[in-house]
Ligand binder design. Structure first.
Ligand code: URP
Ligand code: ZN
Ligand code: ZN
Length: 478
């Protein structure tokens, strides 16, 4: 077993920071020591196999991205990152665990959808991975199966109030699934947008000749997110189910969450980097030479990017500070422009929805520290510690403490990261939604269960290094 000492750095947790050395023994953290301390009378640095010098750098628990879609069949195509390419890109960006969504499609058994997801991931991941379950067909059999999933380490499921004819569930189906959530303690995750109403608006826009990507954001108005968020909250209240709203982008949806939380309801929410930095006007507005007004397809995702003039982005940052939103995931769902986003040329409804960010989440959120939006500790909390607690991984993940998995990132605040074109990222995409973003900071070294998988500009990981994470119930609920 290899022993490693990470020395000279500042260890940052969700609650504080301190100069400390971290001793790693095999796959786990053995001790967090005063700088230069001896252990059982031995000079630690002299006795370990490897020393990582973290002088002037932050030592943080590895990022946990709790919302990814590798190889998701969607919008007439399939998300372009495999578990192999997507988890490798994650590692490059300082993320050491993901929770992906296993899919049950309409007419399929949950068991079969889940087995297919295990097959896609097993032996292919560079980092540890867990699953949520997408419930795409609520019936007696699927509800019975859902009840048994915690035994398999799957303790959360996602439902969709959007995408009629694809993943959509109506209120009656949602109510029934939430009753399972109440009985089992599983977290109900909700895509909260009023899909049937959105589809009417989208069709009307296309009939008026408004076919550009920009109209994706127009059809998916914030009222549709606010309404669905409220409805989900009320259904959860009625059934006493714990609820987690995914990819929140509208400030009015945050107000709904804050309202319910102030009443003591077990309701939580995440946002994503795209809803903090990008906007309807800047990204989906008609611009660009190469694709004409179709360039906006790069940023078509759901919930959609929102208007900056209306202040949604500022409201997301504020909610992250006040804990009205508890964490930041990517909703990584990458598609290439060529042959994929292009499916929607002439009709925005056919553009596969999704943005790829798995590689950039830690950097983009660190930029929030640099600009004063969040503290250093909150950065760690939003990207690692709360995801671990929310989804039943805390203790082994999300923290640097003896006994935890040695998932550790050495982050250099004096480094620099230019996020750029296809050639400079590792995600399987022919463009970057983040092109031109400059980050004051850099992921230096990444350890996944004690193994150095990223060392400067060298990738040392391998497919199959990552293990399936059997998760417990949420450790965050009140
Ligand atoms: O645009 C998105 N978010 N695509 C992925 C599917 C989903 O709704 O999360
Ligand atoms: Zn969704
Ligand atoms: Zn998603």
């Amino acid at each position: 077993m290899t022993t490693t000492l990470i020395t000279g750095g500042t260890v940052v947790s969700a609650t504080g920071r301190a100069a400390a050395d971290v001793l790693v023994d095999g796959e786990t953290i053995r001790a967090v020591l005063e700088p230069g301390a001896a252990l059982l009378g031995t000079d630690v640095a002299a006795s370990v196999d490897r020393v990582i010098d973290a002088t002037g750098k932050y030592v943080i628990p590895g990022g946990i991205d709790a919302h990814t879609h590798m190889q998701l069949p969607f919008g007439g195509t399939e998300a372009s990152d495999t578990f192999e390419t997507g988890t490798r890109a994650a590692a490059w960006g300082g993320t050491t665990s993901i929770i992906d969504f296993a899919v049950q499609t309409y007419g399929q058994r949950i068991e079969d959808g889940l087995a297919a997801w295990h097959e896609k991931a097993a032996g292919n991941c560079a980092i540890d991975y867990g699953f949520h379950q997408i419930v795409g067909d609520v019936n007696e059999a699927s509800l019975a199966t859902l009840r048994r999933l915690p035994d398999e380490g799957i303790t959360s499921f996602k439902m969709f109030m959007a995408y009629p004819g694809v993943f959509y569930s109506d209120d009656a189906q949602i109510l029934k699934a939430m009753q399972v959530s109440r009985d089992t303690g599983m977290l109900t995750m909700m895509h909260a947008e009023n899909g049937p109403a959105i589809d009417v608006l989208a069709t009307q826009l296309v009939e008026q000749g408004r076919t550009d990507p920009f109209y994706h954001g127009v059809a998916r108005a914030w009222e549709m997110e606010e309404e669905a968020t409220h409805r989900a909250i009320m259904l959860a209240k009625l059934t006493a189910a714990p609820l987690y709203i995914v990819h929140v982008s509208a400030k009015q949806a945050v107000e709904q969450l804050a309202w319910a939380r102030d009443k003591g309801q077990n309701v939580y929410g995440e946002t994503c980097p795209q809803y903090l930095y990008l906007s309807l006007e800047d990204q989906l507005g008609a611009k660009g030479e190469q694709w004409g007004s179709f360039e906006g397809a790069k940023w078509v995702c759901s919930t959609p990017l929102r208007s900056r003039e209306e202040g949604h982005q500022d409201s997301m940052w504020q909610a992250l500070r006040t804990n009205d939103l508890q964490m930041v995931s990517t909703d990584h769902c990458p598609f290439c422009m060529k042959d994929q986003k292009e499916l929607g040329l002439g009709d925005f409804r056919k553009i596969p929805n999704g943005i790829g960010s798995i590689e950039h989440r830690m950097d983009l959120m660190y930029q929030g520290v640099v600009t004063g939006e969040i503290t250093l500790e909150r950065w760690v909390e939003l990207t690692s510690t709360t995801p671990a607690r929310m989804f039943g991984l805390y203790g082994t993940k999300g923290v640097i403490q003896p006994g935890a998995d040695a998932d550790i990132v050495v982050y250099d605040p004096n480094g620099h990261t230019s996020i750029g074109l296809e050639k400079t990222h590792h995600m399987n995409m022919d463009y970057s939604a983040w092109e031109g973003y400059e980050i004051d900071g850099h992921v230096d070294t990444v350890l996944s269960r004690g193994k150095v998988i990223v060392d400067g500009d060298q990738y040392l990981g391998a497919k199959g290094d990552g293990r399936f994470l059997k998760r417990g119930l949420s450790q965050y609920l009140i």
